[in-house]
Design a protein around this ligand. Structure first.
Ligand SMILES: [Zn+2]
Length: 403
């Protein structure tokens, strides 16, 4: 019964009134397709890999540690070096929730294992995967030492930079990934792979010969792994500032009006469903895809769905190797706090609920989430996601090249 109710809730989402601006996605494509194609061609597999490698020098980048703060500093320095010079930071406080007491006696029995996160339904072979919190599970002594400092509650920061639009500087798309990780590895896939996409796009859009009509903000969220706290802090501090011109008459908008939020989280590993014995295909499956998800049970479902299909079409136009698939169960990522405010989607290697939730990503939050774990066919899936987002945002923001 419970399952049926959830499925029905996930299937019907068309009856909610949507503000007019949320309907503009399909009409906003004004970019020069040839120019966008040139920009997509500036993405490079070796360069993408090098950015992921750079992030892994800070280990698992767990929030509330020196290695996390050093990673924020490094990301900011990279953004500036790309020409995305107007970097800024959001400062907030993070206090972890006090652990809940109580034993299993008060818990309801779990439904059959086919109920997944976000309204999804699990199919086939299901493997439960947990978070590694054991330092000794990391066999590499260097990484054990690098990841040894524990998280301390208190002040946090996250960095962003902005490509300012020429004719519509008061409107922007938000392109995000989370730079923090967990698990005593290098957080190479979760979420070095998504962070590197955001950084590579910041680099390409910041090239002096590129201009866009609308603004684009590149945000590297912190505290995703503790409950999307960085994204929530951003919304709490900046939602009310949207569209304000400061100072009046300056044509400067510290917080342009949000047109959409696009998150990138775990972008590389699509080796398929676990086998019946729980092992995985060691190779990327040739039919790997980029999963574009929106949340059907959200206020902005109509606009988010339009945005998702726009990205799927951009994938067909611009991605070199792997196709995209659209799903309606976006969950557990930094676009979720935005989903009732603006059109919001996420890009992933697998669907978060039905696939990652069923064990399709064996290195997720594990000591094996290392740069050296992945091969070029894995990295190339991330690059195809970058091509997809660059192609879509290039059109939506109205990118052109100066001659
Ligand atoms: Zn993640």
């Amino acid at each position: 019964m419970h399952l049926t109710a959830r499925l029905i809730a996930g299937l019907f989402f068309g009856s909610i009134a949507i503000p007019a601006h949320a309907q503009t996605v399909a009409h906003a494509a004004v970019g020069d397709t040839a120019a966008v194609r040139t920009l997509v061609g500036r993405l490079d597999l070796e360069r993408y890999k090098a950015t992921i490698k750079g992030l892994t020098q800070f280990g698992d980048r767990r929030q509330g540690t020196d290695r996390n703060r050093a990673a924020v500093d490094w990301i900011e320095a990279q953004l500036k070096s790309y020409g995305c010079t107007n970097t800024a930071r959001i400062t907030y406080d993070y206090q972890p929730p006090t652990p809940q007491g109580g034993g299993a006696g008060g818990q309801r029995p779990r439904n059959p294992t086919t109920v997944g996160a976000g309204g999804s339904r699990l199919r086939g072979n299901i493997v439960r995967r947990g978070v590694n919190n054991d330092s000794l599970a990391q066999p590499d002594a260097r990484l054990r030492a690098l990841n040894a400092q524990p998280s301390v509650p208190g002040q946090r920061q996250q960095v962003y930079c902005t490509k300012v639009g020429t004719t519509r500087p008061d409107e922007m798309y938000i392109v995000g990934g989370h730079m923090d990780g967990i698990g005593w590895g290098e957080a190479a896939n979760d979420d070095g792979s998504g962070t590197a996409i955001v950084m590579e796009l910041a680099r390409i859009f910041s090239s002096p010969d590129v201009q866009t009509e609308r603004s684009i903000r590149f945000v590297l969220w912190n505290n995703e792994e503790t409950g999307l706290n960085g994204a929530r802090a951003y919304i709490a501090q900046r939602q009310a500032l949207q569209g304000q011109e400061q100072p009046a008459g300056s044509r400067q908008y510290p917080e342009p009006r949000w047109l959409g939020m696009i998150q990138h989280d775990m972008m590389m590993f699509d080796h398929g469903m676990p086998r019946a014995d729980g092992t995985m295909n060691p190779e990327q499956r040739p039919e790997a895809d980029v999963n574009i998800e929106f949340q059907g049970n959200s206020k902005m479902a109509t606009g988010s769905q339009q945005l998702a299909w726009f990205f799927a079409t951009a994938n067909e136009l611009f991605a070199t190797d792997y196709p995209a698939a659209v799903g309606q169960h976006m969950t557990n990522t930094d676009s979720a706090p935005f989903q009732d405010i603006v059109p919001a989607i996420s890009l992933r290697e697998n669907e978060r609920g039905a696939q990652i939730g069923a064990g399709w990503s064996p290195h997720w939050h594990r000591p094996t989430d290392l740069y050296s774990t992945y091969g070029d066919n894995d990295f190339r899936l991330g690059l195809n996601a970058a091509q997809t987002t660059l192609g879509a945002i290039g059109q939506l923001a109205g990118a052109t090249l100066r001659r």
